[in-house]
Design a protein around this ligand. Structure first.
Ligand code: IPE
Ligand code: IPE
Ligand code: MG
Ligand code: MG
Ligand code: MG
Length: 269
């Protein structure tokens, strides 16, 4: 049977790994998990695993869920009053507005922990899978996303290099996790994995540029501090061209990455 990698398919995987109990924090987790996220990171992971390995393995499914749990935790904490202080997320009340700050902090903690619990349920005897797990959690922590949030909160963005470093760290890291984990469990070579990683860093910058343009009314650190909107859109086009050229150099059908580039450049949310 041909598996369609849709948001519904990913929701099904997430539900497999969620506990079934009554708990206020679990309600807050479910609220944020199922409130209209685009799921593009697990989609990239699953599509990469499939493009490289010719099927969607159990390891890829497990890591796709673990990755979306990390992403959702990062958004809940990102919205907290002590961080971006955002009342709304995806057109709805943010987690702390709906459930209170203490529940939102715990929901984020629990989702990060659930990503570890989930990953450990996967095929741990497989070396490629273990390497992929290690990369996912490196990208989630102080060498990855947390470092990005730290740069966002505590350092200045004075030029486009600073803004790029910030975007790769806060946004590129989970996209790196998606492509590198997918390629790793799919059985790609070291050289190929390095190219997927390079693609992901460029996609991270493009994704954050469009996010900053869409968020331009917010008083937050942004690519718009260092570049005009039209220069930024041109930069996205250049990076998209570089991504597509790397895709063409790899021996796989990576049309889903090229389509992602075009969808991102045109997206309105
Ligand atoms: C939002 O990520 C955070 C950024 C990296 C800009 P997404 O745009 O993937 O958020 P959802 O999950 O689809 O809402
Ligand atoms: C994106 O930062 C990175 C993370 C959420 C980790 P933003 O703060 O710009 O993301 P949004 O705009 O709140 O989704
Ligand atoms: Mg932020
Ligand atoms: Mg934010
Ligand atoms: Mg933003």
């Amino acid at each position: 049977m041909k598996t369609e990698i849709t948001t519904e398919y990913i929701d099904g995987i997430l539900k497999e790994f969620l506990p079934k109990s009554h708990d206020k924090v679990l309600q807050a987790m479910e609220y944020s998990l199922f409130s209209g996220g685009k799921r593009f990171r697990p989609m990239l992971l699953l599509n990469t695993a499939k493009a490289v390995g010719k099927h969607i393995s159990e390891g890829a499914r497990t890591l796709a869920a673990a990755l979306e749990f990390v992403h959702t935790y990062s958004l809940i904490h990102d919205d907290l009053p002590c961080m971006d202080n955002d009342d709304m997320r995806r057109g709805k009340r943010s987690c702390h507005m709906q459930f209170g700050e203490a529940s939102a902090v715990l929901a984020g903690d629990a989702l990060l922990n659930l990503s570890f619990e989930t990953a450990l349920r996967g095929p741990m005897s497989n070396k490629a899978y273990r390497n992929a797990c290690a990369f996912l959690f490196e990208m989630s922590g102080i060498r990855g996303l947390v470092h990005g949030q730290s740069l966002d909160l505590f350092s200045a963005t004075e030029n486009v290099e600073d803004a790029t470093e910030l975007a790769v760290a806060k946004t590129g890291t989970l996209i790196r996790a998606a492509l590198v984990c997918g390629a790793t469990v799919g059985g790609a070579t070291e050289e190929e994995i390095a190219l997927f990683d390079e693609i992901a860093c460029k996609l991270g910058v493009c994704y954050q540029i469009i996010d900053d343009i869409l968020d331009s009314q917010k008083c937050e650190r942004s690519f718009l501090d260092v570049y005009t909107e039209s220069d930024l859109l041109e930069h996205v086009e250049t990076l998209n061209g570089e991504v597509k050229a790397i895709c063409d150099s790899l021996p796989y059908d990576l049309n889903y990455i090229k389509e992602f580039c075009d969808r991102n450049a045109a997206r309105k949310k």
